[in-house]
Design a protein around this ligand. Sequence first.
Ligand SMILES: NC(=O)c1ccc[n+]([C@@H]2O[C@H](COP(=O)([O-])OP(=O)(O)OC[C@H]3O[C@@H](n4cnc5c(N)ncnc54)[C@H](O)[C@@H]3O)[C@@H](O)[C@H]2O)c1
Length: 254
Amino acid sequence: MKIDLTGQTAVVTGGAHGIGLETARALRDCGARVVVADLAETREFPYLKLDVTDAAAVDAVFTELSNVDIVVANAGIGGEAPLDEQTPEQWAAIVAVNLTGVFHTVQAAARRMKARRRGAIVLTASTNSFDGERWLTAYNATKHGVLGILRTAANELGPHGIRINAVCPGFIRTRLTEEGFANPDYMREYARHLPLGRGGEPEEVARVIAFLASPLASYMTGAAVVIDGGQLAAKFGIWNDDNAHFVKDHWELK
Ligand SMILES: NC(=O)c1ccc[n+]([C@@H]2O[C@H](COP(=O)([O-])OP(=O)(O)OC[C@H]3O[C@@H](n4cnc5c(N)ncnc54)[C@H](O)[C@@H]3O)[C@@H](O)[C@H]2O)c1
């Protein structure tokens, strides 16, 4: 059994870096023609400069690329602030990319896909779609909201032969998290709460996105698939110095 996307065209928003870049690579490896739509440039893939906060620009991408089969709405930004210090500007910027940008992308994709009665959409949500990690009010609100888009779109698009699913990554090594990954004290404490004892790699998310986008996931729609090394399943810290060693950036049993 193999993921085969031969002959399919895929668009990945935020595909110039991180999870999006690895997703573009995974989809290409499965045979798809991949176009990256991002604010940042990439030379590795056919590229369209796109700001997902601009509805008309998102729509123009789909006009330019006729017959898009797979859309990965992945572009996103972070931003920390204590609840009582978050500025309206920071709140608005995060909502514009992470929530409204996903809405624009799903809407533009749905309009084209409905006409063809086929298509697969994958959203990048987060474990923060389910929890309330401190200092991330805006981020958490947008990632909860992405699941609202997911479930509503699944209801509306299913009858038209269009599937939509989400991945909910935990702590994944990208630009968004590089400071944390580079700090052993931070990693030691963070990974103590992860059953697998380590952060994740963007390829580990990309493989699941490729599966969800493929015919192998033909009976999946409206699903939010958690890829978090067990983080959401964990209640208390799992790893400690009695049972394990912390090595560089992960825990190993003694
Ligand atoms: N890294 C993690 O631990 C983690 C965990 C859960 C969810 N996520 C989500 O994964 C997605 C990808 O994040 P990442 O960690 O790969 O970060 P990243 O910064 O490496 O990649 C994000 C990409 O989105 C692009 N982008 C940002 N704003 C944009 C805009 N307005 N229009 C178009 N493109 C834009 C950036 O240029 C970049 O290429 C985000 O939605 C993020 O919230 C990440």
